[in-house]
Design a protein around this ligand. Structure first.
Ligand code: M6R
Length: 599
């Protein structure tokens, strides 16, 4: 996961680029670099570690007058975090920065090496700039050469390229990794991976669609297809950061497609999963797993426990951190202790981690915030790469936690030999479809908006589901109660008859998660029991259910996790729309804090 910035204009370019990268620091990085072009001459600087190191390296460099620059913060995927591997990567007269993964870089590299190209880095990115310069030999027009280059890349990318042969120009392309272009009345052009660096700088921005390719100069912004829709960017930071959405929560729900791509980059490969964060020996001697977390992160852990046991055949226990701390737990050193936390600062989770460490257990943090207390303490960390989550009600952090845990379950399964190659391939294929499922799931937003008016009262909501959809039911109920202040419970569908069904009447709202891939008929019977007792039913399913009072139709999928992610989005949208109708502050619900640093 990386950050990209670009700039065309009259300002001091180095400062513009580095300050832009500073706004993207939250995305995590281990090295950074810039390339600045003036009068067809390019200078480039790179540094490992924090941006202050790049500041130091560039302290005697300044520009004045018109210039063009690109900058990058790198999170190592191919090759170690070294200066050579840091972007921008150079050819003979061009420089490139890239966010994403070029899946076929090995083939391209081998072909280029055969015709005498020398590579300096271990990265996948470097192939782009050399390929471009080869294509320039074939095409007279530089944009044609750039298009021919991008055409040959498989994988995900946001690319900016500058070349001495086109002194005022930045070439750009996007597929699967986010990129925004901005402009203002001073004929300045900006690029960035998120809108943070553009606030107060660009007056209008366009959020690039996948498949966009183009170039920008001080006078022209040209894109193919002609899909750049410029919208005003508010000057005030808060409004601008919301990017046109009513609430951060809404923006974060909509961002899930992009952040999920980031979560998967370098980890979900063609027929495998990989974690650079874990060394080979990390799991040696581990024969059980204990997950420990709070709130939404606990739900992610619980959901993944089904995957770990089913796929990796490893016993798993899931604990609420505040309970774990005082139960005098029995801990054995064949246990991997995994804490999950969006913020990395949750007091109960942090204390639980300390207990596990003191007991000599191997510890792993799954966290969204690099350098947080939990990350610093754990033996190893896998970052979820969801980007800053501002809404108190967690959405994209949950999505990325579940994704990382699913990948980890598969990683374990492979290591333990519990899934064969075909089964692993099937999982990996399903994983690669998650981002597009998250995007398609948003189609029901309007429907959720309309339905929300029917769910503003009642004496309670029961979200019900079976198997992995039970933790999802817990999460749906938590979302609703956090921001709507309505009473909501998550329950295993099969457990309703053991007590809660006594509450059933027309004012008890049942939100039924009815996936087709998992125990559909069983769940259906449980919903029928509730319907017979007059509970109002909102069914979420790809199959029409005639006893439902309300119905949200999801897309058919072959894999249960794809149904899981789609239903997750439906729950998020529904909770948000109910809360908005009730006039609540969705981003800052009463009595709650984003980071709970007290016991
Ligand atoms: O930062 P953490 O993931 O450790 O936070 C744990 C809970 O406080 C958090 O998930 C909380 O439940 C959220 N507000 C849920 O939306």
């Amino acid at each position: 996961m990386c950050g990209i910035v670009g700039f065309i204009g009259q300002r001091e370019i180095k400062r513009q680029l580095i300050e832009g990268l500073r706004e993207l620091e939250y995305r995590g990085y281990d090295s950074a670099g810039i390339a600045v072009m003036q009068d067809a001459h390019i200078q480039s600087f790179k540094a490992v570690g924090k941006l202050s190191n790049l500041d130091e390296k560039t302290k005697n460099f300044e520009t004045s007058g018109l210039g063009v620059g690109i900058g990058h913060t790198r999170w190592a995927t191919h090759g170690k975090p070294t200066e050579l591997n840091a972007h921008p990567h150079m050819g003979e007269y061009s420089y490139v920065v890239h966010n994403g993964i070029i899946e076929n870089y090995r083939e391209i590299k081998t072909a280029l090496e055969k015709v005498g190209v020398n590579f300096l880095s271990q990265t996948d990115t470097e192939v782009i700039v050399h390929l471009f310069e080869k294509e320039v030999e074939r095409y007279k027009n530089l944009f044609d050469a750039f298009k021919a280059t991008i055409d040959q890349l498989d994988g995900a990318y946001a690319v900016l390229l500058v070349s001495q042969k086109a002194p005022d120009t930045i070439f750009f392309a996007r597929k699967g990794s986010p990129m925004i272009i901005g402009k203002n009345r001073n004929q300045e052009v900006f690029f960035a991976s998120s809108d943070a660096p553009l606030i107060g700088e660009a007056e209008e921005v366009a959020y690039m669609e996948d498949g966009t390719i183009g170039y920008a100069t001080p006078d022209t912004i040209y894109a193919e297809p002609d899909s750049l829709v410029f919208v005003p960017l508010a000057g005030d930071k808060l409004t601008a950061q919301k990017g046109g959405y009513r609430f951060f929560m809404e923006k974060e729900i909509y961002e899930q497609y992009d952040v999920m791509n980031d979560t998967m980059i370098g980890r979900v490969l063609d027929d495998d999963v990989a974690f650079e964060e874990l060394n080979e020996a990390f799991l040696d001697g581990i024969s059980r797993i204990k997950f420990c977390a709070c709130g939404t992160s606990y739900h992610a852990a619980l959901a993944s426990s089904y995957l770990f046991e089913r796929q990796a055949k490893i016993p798993v226990e899931v604990e609420i951190a505040s309970e774990f701390r005082y139960k005098e737990p029995l801990l054995t050193d064949d246990t991997l202790f995994v804490v999950i936390s969006q913020s990395g600062e949750t007091a109960d989770t942090l204390e639980a981690l300390k207990m596990a460490k003191n007991a000599g257990l191997r510890t792993l943090a799954i966290c969204n915030v690099d350098n947080s207390s939990i990350v610093r303490l754990a033996d190893a960390t896998i970052l979820t790469r969801a980007g800053i989550e501002k809404g108190v009600a967690s959405t994209k952090a949950f999505a990325t936690q579940v994704m990382v845990l699913w990948m980890l379950a598969l990683y374990f399964a492979k290591k333990r030999g519990t899934l064969n190659a075909t089964a692993i391939q099937k999982e990996v294929e399903a994983m690669s479809r998650v981002p597009s499922v998250l995007k398609k799931a948003l189609d029901v937003h309007e429907k959720c908006k309309r339905l929300s008016k029917r769910y503003l009262h009642g004496h309670g909501f029961f979200f019900i589901g079976r198997d992995i959809f039970y933790p999802l039911a817990l999460e749906g109920a938590l979302k609703l109660k956090e921001i709507s202040y309505l009473h909501a419970e998550g329950y295993p569908a099969g457990e309703m008859k053991h007590g809660p069904i006594a509450l059933a009447d027309a004012e008890l709202f049942t939100i039924a998660l009815m996936p087709k891939t998992l125990l559909y008929d069983k769940t259906k019977s449980n919903v029928e029991e509730l319907s017979a007792r007059d509970s109002t039913i909102l069914a979420i399913s790809p199959e029409f259910f005639d006893l439902a009072d309300d119905f949200i139709l999801t897309h058919p999928h072959e894999h249960m996790m794809l149904e899981f992610f789609e239903m997750m989005v439906v729950e998020q949208l529904l909770a948000m729309e109910v809360a908005i109708r009730l006039g609540n502050d969705v981003d800052m619900p009463r009595n709650l804090a984003k980071s709970v640093t007290v016991e």
